[in-house]
Design a protein around this ligand. Structure first.
Ligand code: S3P
Ligand code: PEP
Length: 450
């Protein structure tokens, strides 16, 4: 694994640390005590872009995330001929009402699971055009088959160009019909979101029946909520086993996007392990973003959480409680955050139900286990999770494996252990190019080596 090479092609103009080889992180000399804002949510940004582009009329989004994932999504939509103006974190987008002006293009979507899973349906609904979607090396290895199969079942014309079920794919715009489609949600919730987003433009209602369970159901709720806010009728039962979308159209509108709860998790985690205090002033507990629930876990571990009106404050503790089992299925992007916090707790923490994250930006279960072991921490790796035992991590050089969450989680350990060295720290640019700048603002000592 040490010969691992990042895929630099997926780093965009919005990435940071282009020529930085190593970031060394060491503890703050003062207790952490900060009020901060976090960048916009990746999930909201890329949904909003695609819905805004499909829509009838103009949309304006405030508080977008500027990162690799959103850069490639916007770049792709521009290559499709959509008129998009970006001014700092505000975007204006002139919807094309499903008629993409550029009818023939090769579209590079970088490493973004969201764009990879939301765009195919958005293209398939068009009545004409032929496009190729290709992704980063890792995105080309990540699963797409349930999505492709489901879209084909409602009439989409999609051809896999290399291996069946993977990018690159060719999509021919021929409209979609509708009907009942059975889907599995156990690999990725994004497949369900991708079919839902397209279904607005089917000729007949589309009903998705989930044959098993949806990992991270909340992301499907975010999709449904957004579709409704853009004027589309969606009905579902209580446990999201059956969801129906009625034919309609998205109507362009203005919208303030939420801050990223997943990014916030690292800063709450930093307060937790240093007995510090972090208040995030543009995030509310009242959100569908599942990762907000990390604060509940940290509260259970002894931290004090204030869920305010438009802010969340977390005060750490000198004595973090461990000794519990937890299912992270519903907030699996925080698995690595909790695994990095776990050595500082007073008992083992066993994380379950996250087998699907082996198919994310890296094989996350394996990578975090290897990294913790490298620091001398005892871990047990299981197919669906891991157990981390209390210990004293040793400073060492750690690979980020081109995975933003690996880099950000391991960097947190530097808040307690001087000299944690992370190679290719620029991988954070997928969702948070400013991460190491923020660490400095918290008081951590960060050295960037070229
Ligand atoms: O829909 C979304 O915005 C997301 C869904 C989740 O993916 P999976 O359901 O594939 O795990 C999550 O991990 C990802 O970061 C964002
Ligand atoms: C899994 C993630 O991203 P993606 O949207 O590429 O699936 C993530 O951000 O942790």
């Amino acid at each position: 694994m040490n010969s691992f090479l990042p895929d630099f092609e997926a780093r965009s103009e919005w990435a940071s640390l282009h020529d930085v080889k190593v970031a060394e992180v060491s503890p703050s000399l003062e207790p952490i005590c900060i009020e901060m804002r976090v960048p916009g949510s990746k999930s909201f940004t890329n949904r909003a872009m695609i819905v805004g582009a499909l829509a009838n009329g103009t949309s304006k989004f405030f508080g977008i995330l500027r990162s690799d994932d959103s850069y490639w999504c916007i770049d792709t939509l521009r290559k499709l001929g959509v008129d998009i103006t970006v001014d700092d974190d505000v975007v204006e987008i002139k919807g094309v009402n499903t008629s993409w002006p550029v009818k023939d293009a090769k579209l590079y979507i970088g490493a973004a699971g969201t764009t990879a899973r939301f765009l195919p349906g958005a293209l398939a609904v068009s009545s004409s055009g032929r496009w190729i979607i290709q992704g980063s090396k890792r995105m080309n290895e990540r699963p797409m088959s349930s999505l492709i199969e489901a879209l084909r079942n409602i009439g989409a014309d999609i051809r896999c160009l290399n291996e069946e079920g993977y990018l690159p794919i060719e999509i021919t715009g021929n409209g979609i019909s509708g009907g009942v489609v059975n889907m599995s949600g156990s690999t990725s919730s994004q497949f369900i979101s991708g079919v839902l987003l397209a279904s607005t433009y089917a000729k007949e209602p589309v009903t998705i029946q989930i044959v098993d369970h949806i990992v991270q159901q909340s992301y499907v709720k975010i999709t449904i909520n957004l579709m409704r806010q853009f004027g589309v009728k969606v009905e579902h039962d209580e446990d999201l086993k059956r969801i129906t979308v009625y034919p309609g159209e998205y109507i362009g509108r203005e919208m303030q996007l939420e801050a990223d709860a997943s990014t916030s998790g690292y800063f709450f985690g930093l307060a937790a392990i240093t007995n510090g205090k972090v208040r995030i002033t543009n995030l509310s507990y009242d959100t569908f973003q599942p990762d907000i629930k990390l604060v509940d876990v940290l509260e259970k571990m002894g931290c004090r959480v204030e869920r305010g009106n438009g802010y969340i404050e977390l005060q750490g503790t000198p004595h973090l409680k461990g000794g519990f089992d937890i299912s992270m299925k519903e907030m699996s992007d925080q698995t690595l955050t909790l695994a990095a916090i776990a050595p500082f707790a007073d008992g083992p923490i066993a994380i379950h139900d996250v087998a699907h994250i082996r198919k994310h930006e890296s094989d996350r279960i394996h990578v975090i286990c290897e990294s913790l072991k490298q620091m001398g921490i005892q871990v047990e790796e299981r197919e669906d999770g891991l157990t981390v035992y209390p210990g004293h991590p040793k400073a060492t050089v750690l690979n980020s494996y081109d995975d933003h969450r690996v880099a950000m989680s391991l960097a947190m350990i530097g808040a307690r252990v001087p000299g944690i060295r992370i190679t290719d720290p620029g991988s954070v640019s997928k969702t948070c190019p400013t991460f190491f700048e923020e660490l400095k603002k918290l008081g951590l000592q960060v050295k960037l080596e070229k």
